[in-house]
Design a protein around this ligand. Structure first.
Ligand SMILES: [Zn+2]
Length: 236
């Protein structure tokens, strides 16, 4: 009796399609997890920039209150100057005032530099916020697409399994058992077409006698090298 390779190859095709779908379904949790990580990362960049700005603002407030304190000190020295009795005391206070004044100058320079940094940080925050928003929108869309594909693939899988159920009774049980065995051993590919004179899965050359037997399709022949079921597939 001639072996019906059409049913066997259809079974192989169905199993490959089902395997691909299962692989996709398995990958969904990690795909979604990766998307969530990316969203969290872009939100974190905004949070970090905002934190940096608040540190900058706090530093500026401290510098400003230092300036106020030093200005108050100068006022105090000026009032003391009015009441001093000697020239020496007056000069000494004048020196104090000059010193504090130059300290104020340094602090004010620092304040200006902090203000410039604040401008940069505000720009950075706006840029990061815009980018985070875009990233989030894109990724949420991606999530939605994954969800849609999942639904589609799940119903596709059911359809393919249904076809498989109907196909199995048309394949002799010994062939089915052999197929399943090789399918599991050979990582999901039990069949290998022979078009010229080599096994298309492992590329080993097929002996002319075996080739003739393959063309006759009277019995199941396994590849001597990879162990898969060989079948003759003439060139189109
Ligand atoms: Zn082979």
């Amino acid at each position: 009796m001639e072996i019906n390779f059409e049913n066997l190859t259809r079974l192989q095709d169905l199993d490959e399609l089902i395997q691909d779908i299962l692989q996709f379904l398995d990958s969904i949790p990690s795909q979604l997890g990766f998307i969530d990580e990316q969203i969290a990362e872009s939100t974190q960049i905004v949070a970090d920039a905002k934190k940096e700005l608040s540190v900058n603002q706090k530093k500026r407030r401290n510098l400003e209150s230092e300036v106020s304190a030093k200005k108050a000190l100068i006022d105090k020295y000026r009032k003391q100057q009015i009441n001093v009795k000697t020239n020496k005391e007056y000069t000494s206070l004048l020196k104090e005032i000059e010193d504090v004044d130059s300290e104020i100058g340094e602090l004010e320079e620092e304040i200006i530099s902090e203000m410039l940094s604040a401008d940069d940080l505000e720009t950075a925050i706006k840029t990061a916020e815009k980018k985070a928003e875009e990233t989030k929108n894109n990724l949420l869309k991606e999530k939605e697409e994954i969800g849609e594909k999942k639904d589609h693939q799940e119903s596709e899988k059911e359809m393919l399994r249904g076809e498989r159920e109907k196909l199995i009774p048309t394949i002799p049980s010994d062939q089915m058992a052999l197929y399943s065995n090789i399918f599991h051993k050979c990582h999901g590919t039990a069949l290998s077409p022979v078009t010229d004179d080599f096994c298309s899965m492992c590329q080993i050359r097929i002996r002319p006698q075996v080739l003739n037997e393959l063309i006759a399709q009277k019995e199941i022949i396994l590849c001597e090298n990879c162990g898969r079921i060989l079948y003759w597939q003439p060139k189109e």
